[in-house]
Design a protein. Structure first.
Length: 105
């Protein structure tokens, strides 16, 4: 007889969770997380927040405009940081966006 081992759909809960709002799922590194947004934002964004959003958009556009040589260089650096004991980035795109964002700050 085969051994049946159920797969946990959610390994980790993070943040405040309530029962009267929509549930969202996201993957953080190797962990699948879920949560519920209880009190969505109603205030307008501040100037500093809008400036950060604009820089983030610029970083994403810079990643889209990278050449093959630049992407290869980022791949090498990404693989190197991935082999560290506690890597910060698990996906190449996230790593490239972070590096391009750091150039803007």
């Amino acid at each position: 007889m085969a051994k049946y081992k159920p797969i946990d759909m959610v390994d980790h809960y993070r943040g405040k969770i309530c029962s009267h709002s929509d549930t969202y799922f996201q993957k953080r590194g190797k962990t699948l997380c879920t949560g519920r947004i209880c009190n969505p934002r109603t205030k307008p964004f501040t100037e500093a927040e809008l400036a950060r959003q604009a820089k983030f958009r610029q970083a994403i556009q810079a990643v889209a405009a990278l050449t093959e040589e630049q992407i290869t260089a980022y791949k090498v650096a990404f693989e190197k940081q991935l082999k560290a004991p506690n890597p910060k980035y698990f996906y190449l795109r996230n790593y490239m966006i972070a590096q391009e964002y750091a150039k803007l700050v």
